[in-house]
Ligand binder design. Structure first.
Ligand code: ZN
Length: 206
């Protein structure tokens, strides 16, 4: 019985994602994960957005749950490495590419953005196809994140994720703050202040 109890214990961090500011959000997660046993899973309830999952994982969380991938699909939004793609936008009407050319899911292999654009405005099948893709995206993100930890490449995973999401280097300040506490150097992903642009370029050219 004692062994069974030991087996099922994990810790839930709840009450977040209720509208608090992001700096409070990550600080509470960091405070909780620092105090919890390292050999038990930590589950952050109701999280979340892909960025939140990457940040919380850096802070030591293991598990998540969220309606976001399917709910945002019902609003016509697809999750992609660069952020989100709004399939209702009129520019999608003539876009013959898949949602995400790098995605191996059934939807991206068989349907164009233009076709899904037509559906999302008038047929539930549009939401279903987007939900399928978005869940596939989240599963791939989770698998890649997991493998990067197993292979000792997690900091590089975080950097490539942030580079794709914030190609201009405009990584939110709360993410920078959280990564500093997590001990992950993301300075290469963040744009410098304009006045120091030359110093920055020289530093990375060296
Ligand atoms: Zn896909």
């Amino acid at each position: 019985m004692a062994d069974l109890m030991n087996f099922v214990i994990c810790y839930a961090i709840g009450g977040l994602s209720g509208g608090e500011d992001k700096d409070s959000f990550w600080r509470i997660v960091a405070q909780c994960t620092a105090a919890l046993p390292e050999d038990k899973p930590r589950y952050v309830m109701g999280v979340g957005y892909p960025l939140d999952i990457v940040v919380c994982s850096a802070l030591g969380a293991d598990m998540y749950d969220c309606v976001y991938p399917t709910r945002t699909a019902r609003f016509g939004t697809a999750l992609v490495p660069e952020g989100v793609l709004k399939l209702k936008h009129k520019a999608m009407a003539s876009d013959e590419r898949p949602i995400d050319p790098t995605c191996p899911c059934m939807v991206c292999k068989n349907y164009t953005r233009a076709y899904i654009h037509c559906l999302v405005t008038k047929d539930a099948m549009g939401s279903q196809l987007l939900s399928y893709h978005n869940l596939s995206y989240m599963m791939r993100l989770s698998k890649d994140l997991h493998m990067s930890i197993v292979e000792g490449q997690f900091p590089e995973f975080v950097r490539s994720f942030l580079r794709a999401q914030f190609p201009k280097g405009d990584v939110p300040e709360w993410v920078c703050n959280a990564m500093e506490v997590a001990g992950i150097d993301i300075s290469a992903c963040c744009a410098p202040f304009p006045s120091s642009m030359n110093d920055f370029a020289e530093e990375f050219a060296a």
